[in-house]
Write a protein that binds this ligand. Structure first.
Ligand SMILES: Nc1ncnc2c1ncn2[C@@H]1O[C@H](COP(=O)(O)OP(=O)(O)OP(=O)(O)O)[C@@H](O)[C@H]1O
Length: 198
């Protein structure tokens, strides 16, 4: 079980997050929605352990993957190396399987710049799932893709989640995306003393 129990998060004394408590069960997918600037990315970063400067407590598994809005790929490494490098235990065969599952079959030797943005996002998802994370965190993974590509990415993510069953928390502005992917939707509301769950 993943437990988030934040009492407060401030930037330079200014409250961003107030008291926020929720749990994510193994295999459960939660969408996080709320207005721009309310603190959604901040909450993801706290959950991931990237930001430790907050009051409260987080219980999370060691094995987690973070998919950022922009695919953070290694430009001078091949597609295959981008999947292998973060996961030293992973065999090249398994990495190739992950690429094939992500619709990137035959692209092993290309470099990220030779992929479309949609394909780069797929690579970033393949890399995340290749580590078989117990917790998957995604910050608007489908934003600024055209409708068809976003739809294909969503289907791929659904398939990968169904196959690997990580606990998942993802941020979206798109309620259709939230309804389609999530078992539950968390909404952050802005408050003067820091955002709270609705
Ligand atoms: N490193 C930082 N230093 C100071 N303030 C920050 C920092 N990171 C975020 N903030 C502030 O915290 C608030 C919440 O930002 P955050 O990026 O978490 O919002 P968000 O809900 O993810 O927004 P969006 O939907 O626009 O991406 C904003 O007012 C932002 O300016």
């Amino acid at each position: 079980m993943i437990r988030v129990d934040i009492t407060s998060k401030r930037f330079a004394g200014i409250p961003v997050l107030g008291a926020i408590r929720f749990e994510i069960a193994p295999g459960e997918t939660l969408a996080l929605v709320g207005p721009s600037g309310v603190g959604k990315s901040t909450l993801l970063r706290i959950l991931a352990g990237i930001d430790a400067a907050f009051d409260g407590r987080i219980e999370r598994p060691d094995s987690l993957a973070f998919v950022f809005q922009e695919p953070t790929l290694l430009p001078w490494r091949s597609v295959l190396q981008n999947v292998l490098l973060p996961h030293p235990q992973l065999s090249p065969q398994r990495a190739r399987e992950m690429l094939a599952q992500s619709g990137l079959e035959g692209k092993d030797d290309l470099f990220p710049r030779q992929l479309s943005l949609g394909q780069q996002r797929r690579l970033s998802l393949a890399r995340a799932f290749a580590g078989a994370p117990d917790l998957l965190i995604m910050d608007e993974p489908f934003v600024s893709l055209d409708e068809d590509t976003a739809d294909r990415m969503l289907t791929l993510t659904e398939e990968l989640i169904a196959r690997h069953r990580p606990a998942t928390l993802f941020v979206t502005h798109d309620m259709r995306e939230a309804d389609r992917l999530a078992d539950r939707i968390l909404r952050l509301d802005a408050r003067a003393d820091g955002a709270r769950l609705a």
